[in-house]
Write a protein that binds this ligand. Structure first.
Ligand code: HEC
Ligand code: HEC
Ligand code: HEC
Ligand code: HEC
Ligand code: HEC
Ligand code: HEC
Ligand code: HEC
Ligand code: HEC
Ligand code: HEC
Ligand code: HEC
Length: 320
């Protein structure tokens, strides 16, 4: 019966799949179109719309202080880049066309202010320029976006407290404000020195989201981010310790902090090893072999002898 239904499902899937993908493409196109309708003019209305843009110099005439501060931020560069037209330049690149606002003598209801927008809306505005860039391209799938955290929870174009990256607060305090568990982890006796400024949250995470779980970064090669700094653990080794490659560093270490030396998940090294190297798994096919030697005290500090625990080029049992 299971085999049978698999046979009927497979062709059905291949019939449905193209239809489904067309539907997805159409739906995505449509919602993008709707988003575009709200924020930017459609091509046909472009000339009419472009007359609604007045340029940053006009804004400056009434908002001089804002302008002068803004001029020192990276967004000033948009005034030079004419590729996207006036809708992607200067103040109006974010606030939208300003002609009506100016004509109304500064009518607040005639300009986009960000104050009343939902996080999805304000983020969409930022993403109209930043959405294609490598770092932000996974924002829509991120835990942040799906939990209603938006660009402005971390950035402020006018009131940034951190000059670099227009952040509202510097790391890690910015992150600790919402991630109290992480704060507690990094306060443990053994930890990556994030609080000390040696390592940053964004070395391992992309706060804008990744294609991987937990917004953890991967190296361009697809390997674990840990190798970025711990190159010596990468190998390849003649004798690999299998879980390093198959289950990753997290099978033995906690990434943030730990009460155990070497950020180990358990306090006693032998208990860690014996989680996998039990005698019983010797019987189950595929499990790692248990230590043949006895379990007397002499053998409890496993890494005294098996020092090259991440892999070795000389010893199949990871001796020096
Ligand atoms: C990168 C997008 C962006 C650009 C470019 C931008 N703004 Fe803003 N503006 C915002 C956001 C977002 C807010 C809401 C407050 C905040 O988060 O800083 C805001 C708020 C304001 C406010 C409300 C008062 C305040 O200080 O919060 C004024 C006035 C303003 N902008 C004027 C301007 C002018 C004038 C320019 C051009 C010199 C400009 N903005 C360029 C995004 C932008
Ligand atoms: C003729 C003068 C004038 C010009 C030109 C002008 N504004 Fe304003 N703007 C005002 C006044 C006045 C206010 C209302 C300030 C208030 O009530 O606090 C205002 C308010 C705003 C606000 C809302 C601030 C808030 O507290 O909600 C934004 C955003 C803004 N202007 C952006 C712009 C942008 C972008 C431009 C250029 C496209 C521009 N302004 C050009 C006079 C002007
Ligand atoms: C009109 C296009 C445009 C829009 C809209 C826009 N940005 Fe930018 N943003 C830029 C450009 C261009 C740069 C400069 C990039 C560079 O320096 O290479 C930039 C730079 C930045 C930087 C980097 C600052 C640094 O020091 O590295 C941040 C953060 C940023 N933008 C956040 C935002 C946020 C938040 C919004 C929405 C409120 C937003 N941007 C909207 C075009 C835009
Ligand atoms: C949870 C906090 C957080 C959120 C939400 C967030 N950012 Fe960032 N962003 C950061 C931090 C931290 C940095 C600096 C470290 C780095 O480069 O990752 C940064 C850096 C940047 C930069 C400069 C580096 C680069 O990518 O070129 C840009 C541009 C940027 N953010 C845009 C955005 C936009 C647009 C959004 C909304 C779609 C957004 N950010 C949402 C925290 C955040
Ligand atoms: C040395 C790399 C590294 C650093 C630095 C780091 N993280 Fe992580 N973090 C990870 C890894 C790897 C995971 C995934 C753990 C898992 O899958 O169980 C993770 C998981 C998380 C999670 C998911 C919940 C959890 O605890 O498993 C959050 C939230 C988080 N990190 C926030 C932060 C914050 C905030 C900072 C900075 C204060 C930070 N991380 C610094 C590597 C790091
Ligand atoms: C405004 C609050 C807020 C800020 C600031 C914030 N986060 Fe988050 N973050 C959240 C929420 C809410 C979630 C989704 C729920 C969860 O997993 O905890 C989340 C999820 C995450 C996750 C993914 C966890 C998972 O289970 O997938 C990571 C990693 C993370 N944040 C890292 C960071 C880092 C790094 C910073 C600082 C640059 C930061 N966050 C700043 C609120 C915030
Ligand atoms: C940005 C660089 C960086 C990244 C990425 C990084 N580490 Fe580290 N790691 C360090 C530094 C620096 C130390 C030395 C810590 C110290 O002396 O405070 C360290 C120390 C360690 C230690 C030993 C702690 C001790 O007590 O000797 C372990 C275990 C570790 N890292 C595991 C990991 C794992 C697992 C990952 C991936 C989730 C990772 N690291 C990612 C920089 C990094
Ligand atoms: C099978 C369990 C296991 C796995 C998987 C593992 N480690 Fe370890 N690691 C250990 C043990 C045990 C120690 C302590 C060795 C000691 O006490 O001498 C250690 C120590 C370390 C140290 C500090 C001492 C040193 O050798 O530099 C670093 C850094 C480290 N590991 C990084 C990593 C990284 C990065 C990964 C993933 C690529 C990883 N580990 C995967 C078990 C493991
Ligand atoms: C997450 C599970 C896991 C942990 C934890 C673990 N190992 Fe392993 N280990 C394996 C697997 C899987 C193999 C490959 C077994 C095979 O190929 O038969 C292996 C292989 C070995 C080998 C080589 C055996 C041989 O015959 O080639 C030694 C030695 C070893 N581990 C020692 C240790 C020590 C010491 C520790 C503790 C520091 C440890 N392991 C922790 C899963 C683990
Ligand atoms: C006093 C040194 C020493 C200590 C401590 C030690 N081993 Fe070994 N281990 C050996 C020797 C010697 C071999 C056999 C090597 C060979 O046959 O080439 C071995 C072999 C192994 C093997 C491969 C299977 C086998 O029996 O041939 C595993 C797995 C292993 N040890 C795990 C452990 C674990 C887990 C611990 C900690 C509980 C540990 N060892 C502690 C010396 C030690």
């Amino acid at each position: 019966m299971p085999a049978n239904s698999r046979f009927t499902r497979v062709p059905l899937f291949w019939v449905l799949y193209p239809c489904l993908s067309i539907f997805v493409v159409l739906a995505a196109g449509q919602s993008r179109q709707q988003a575009a309708d709200k924020s930017a003019p459609s091509p046909s209305a472009a000339s009419l719309e472009s007359s609604k843009y007045v340029g940053a110099e006009t804004c400056k005439s009434c908002h001089e202080d804002v302008y002068n501060a803004w001029e020192k931020t990276p967004h000033w560069k948009t005034t030079l880049d004419q590729k996207g037209g006036p809708s992607h330049q200067g103040c109006e690149g974010c606030h939208g066309p300003g002609a009506d606002h100016v004509a109304g003598g500064g009518d607040k209801t005639k300009i986009y202010t960000f104050k009343d927008g939902s996080r999805q809306q304000t983020s969409a505005r930022c993403l109209s320029c930043h959405g294609e860039s490598h770092e932000q391209s996974h924002f829509a799938e991120s835990g942040h976006s799906s939990s209603d955290v938006g660009c402005l929870d971390c950035h402020s174009p006018h009131h940034a407290k951190e000059e670099q990256h227009l952040l509202v607060q510097s790391q890690p305090q910015l992150c600790y404000g919402c991630h109290t568990a992480a704060k507690a982890d990094f306060a443990k006796p053994f930890h990556h020195r994030v609080n000390e400024g040696l390592v940053q949250c964004n070395d391992c995470h992309n706060p804008h989201g990744t294609a991987t779980l937990r917004q953890v970064r991967a190296l361009p090669s697809g390997d674990a981010v840990c190798y970025k700094c711990h190159v010596d653990k990468q190998g390849p080794f003649v004798y690999e310790h299998v879980p390093v490659k198959t289950e990753g560093c997290g099978s033995c270490h906690t990434p943030h902090g730990s009460t155990n030396p070497r950020l180990l998940k358990v306090s006693l090294v032998n208990m860690l090893c014996l989680q996998c190297h039990t005698f019983s798994t010797q019987l189950t096919a595929g499990g790692p072999i248990g230590p043949g030697h006895n379990q007397s005290a002499k053998y409890q500090a496993c890494t005294m002898c098996h020092t090259q625990i991440h892999g070795s080029n000389f010893s199949a049992v990871f001796f020096k």
